[in-house]
Design a protein around this ligand. Structure first.
Ligand code: NAP
Length: 556
């Protein structure tokens, strides 16, 4: 693709690239591929020394996907799909990283990636319609379009307990796990945080530690993952059906390649419902959400029923009645109102003699001492290693941590000070020629469907802009406001609207001071896809286009 020849009326700086992408994770690599396919000159800057993003940093023991491997991978290249064998239903972090490294090598992506490079600031020059991006390597990169793929769950909630520095043992943060594990063998280990990360970590650490103390503030609904090794025969069958699986993924709300049930809880008797829940529990993974009832997070009765089923399971698995009760989510903690983790023998772990569950809901951790942790009631827990799995400043955190300034010098953080505002997660008014992948309002569902559809959509819009001889594209404030209403409506249509009271990161409620507002599109993949497809088919009515007085030529 090339833009029409232009005769600049005044000299404008020559952009180093057409598209600069921040981040070489799942989103960034997909965007790189799309940009190249669209004939754009592209470069990625990546803070880490390697590709992978979240799959590079989150290397804690037990880290693995919560989506089935064959749907948590790219579909953009048939040969890539056919040549890659997944070892497990839910691949471990090392396998995910190996896959992304393979993608980077196979498509010769590394030549366009600057590793160990962090974006410090970026500003848009209205005169020439160019972005200038300053990195911590002292470079200022000039580009026409800037895409932040800095990470959905990349800005870590840091432990800030008083006395942290005084602790004489090892402190580890799961999202910054060191290359070599801290020594946990026969050590007294504390895990703080029982979200999806803690739930994966706890059973593995329990195998190593002499004593593991789990500090739980809120109990989660943990579904059994039922991971398994993918046999060569299963892999062969999957490869033969990839096209069908992906067609299904793009046409279902979850994007998981599984036909969602239309059955409602009120359609069946309680006995029948029990049988259906039992089947899903045995099947594991996301079967509970996808195959039991369509109204689990919409209808209160259905929600109560699934909650009651899982509580009974917890009580049946966990032998110590006190621990079992602590692990049962409270009645107000509706099923699905916070992200549901998949467990790998999670509840069973609390039957081990070396594992203790400590409730810190009403008795919080107040400080760290040289030898461990102290709670509000004065009790002390002596440990050798403390692992923090405290979560993330999700969706907005990593993007707005960079000093990205749009028109009028406004930063993203300022634009989002009242809550995330986007157009289908990818564009923000006041930020021309700037796009997000993995930004707030990505659809709830299989991330990979959104990653690929989003990357293509952004590249198509850039191409559309250039073909029209334009140098500036910006979403209108009206479109962003309307989209915000849509996000609210989608949230209000589900019981997930109660997540704010429950500290759900889905709504930003886990970060003190962060506006409680939708960070995801609860309409799912279909709502997202239909919205962006319509926008494109209609010729981008939600965007304005402009031409610089001294435009630059662009395009390969
Ligand atoms: P999270 O779900 O936000 O969990 C953070 C945990 O830390 C919560 O249990 C929270 O308690 C606890 N916590 C925070 N501050 C605390 C304090 N001062 N004292 C005691 N406990 C405290 O974070 P996460 O587990 O890292 O998961 C975040 C998201 O990352 C997941 O929901 C998922 O989307 C993604 N993830 C995905 C995978 C996967 O796909 N395999 C794996 C891991 C993570 P409260 O609940 O009371 O706030």
């Amino acid at each position: 693709m090339s833009a029409p020849n232009t005769q600049p009326s005044a000299p404008a700086p020559a952009p180093d690239v057409d598209v600069l992408i921040v981040g070489a994770g799942l989103n960034g690599l997909a965007m790189l591929h799309e940009a190249r396919t669209h004939g754009l000159r592209v470069r990625i800057v990546e803070a880490a020394p390697e590709v992978g993003g979240t799959w590079y940093f989150n290397r804690y023991p037990g880290a693995r996907t919560d989506s089935e491997s064959w749907m948590y991978s790219y579909s953009f290249d048939r040969d890539l799909q056919q040549e890659w064998d997944w070892p497990e239903r839910y691949p471990a972090q090392a396998d995910m990283l190996r896959y992304l490294q393979h993608v980077a090598d196979r498509f010769d992506m590394r030549r366009d990636i600057s590793f160990n490079t962090q974006v410090e600031a970026a500003w848009f020059d209205e005169n020439v319609h160019l972005w200038f991006v300053r990195t911590d390597q002292g470079e200022t990169i000039c580009c026409r379009f800037l895409v932040s793929a800095a990470g959905q769950l990349a800005k870590v909630v840091e432990p800030d307990f008083p006395g942290l520095e005084s602790f004489r043992g090892d402190i580890v943060v799961t999202a910054r796990w060191p290359e070599h594990d801290p020594d946990m063998w026969e050590k007294r280990v504390a895990v703080i945080g029982t979200g999806a990360t803690g739930v994966q970590l706890i059973p593995v650490v329990a195998e190593m530690a002499s004593k593991l103390t789990v500090f739980q503030r809120t109990a989660n609904w943990v579904l059994p993952a039922r991971n398994y090794t993918v046999s060569p025969a299963k892999m062969r069958r999957l490869k033969a059906t990839y096209d069908e699986l992906w067609r299904l993924a793009r046409s279902t709300p979850s994007g998981m390649g599984v036909r969602r049930t239309e059955r409602r809880y009120s359609d069946v008797t309680p006995e029948e419902a029990e049988r259906i829940f039992e089947g899903a529990w045995e099947q594991g993974g996301l079967s509970m959400q996808l195959t039991t009832f369509a109204d689990l997070v919409v209808d209160e009765k259905a929600n109560e029923a699934v909650g009651s089923f899982i509580r009974r399971k917890i009580r049946a698995i966990v032998r110590d009645p006190r621990s079992a009760e602590l692990l049962c989510p409270a009645p107000e903690n509706l099923y699905g109102a916070r992200r549901i983790p998949l467990g790998h023998h999670y509840y069973e772990t609390f039957n081990r003699d070396n594992v203790e569950l400590v409730d810190v809901s009403d008795n919080p951790i107040t400080e760290m001492t040289p030898t461990g942790l102290r709670l509000a009631d004065g009790s002390e827990h002596e440990v050798d290693v403390v692992i923090f799995a405290l979560g993330f400043d999700a969706y907005t955190g990593a993007h707005s941590a960079m000093d990205i300034r749009g028109t009028d010098g406004q930063t993203l953080a300022q634009r989002w000070s009242q809550g995330a505002a986007t157009f289908f997660s990818m564009a923000v008014d006041g930020f021309p020629n700037f796009f997000l992948l993995g930004g707030p309002h990505v659809p709830l569902g299989n991330a990979l469907v959104a990653v690929e559809a989003g990357g293509r959509w952004v590249a198509d819009l850039i191409e559309h802009t250039c073909r029209a001889g334009m140098t500036r594209v910006e979403v209108t404030s009206d479109a962003v406001a309307l989209h915000g209403d849509r996000m609210d409506r989608n949230l209000q249509a589900t019981l997930l609207r109660h997540g704010g009271k429950l500290g759900a990161w889905f709504l930003g409620a886990n970060i003190p001071g962060k506006p409680v507002a939708p960070l995801l599109n609860y309409g799912g993949i279909l709502d997202f896809k239909s919205g962006i497809d319509t926008e494109q088919e209609d010729g981008y009515p939600s965007f304005t286009f402009g031409r610089a007085a001294s435009p630059v030529d662009v395009g390969a």
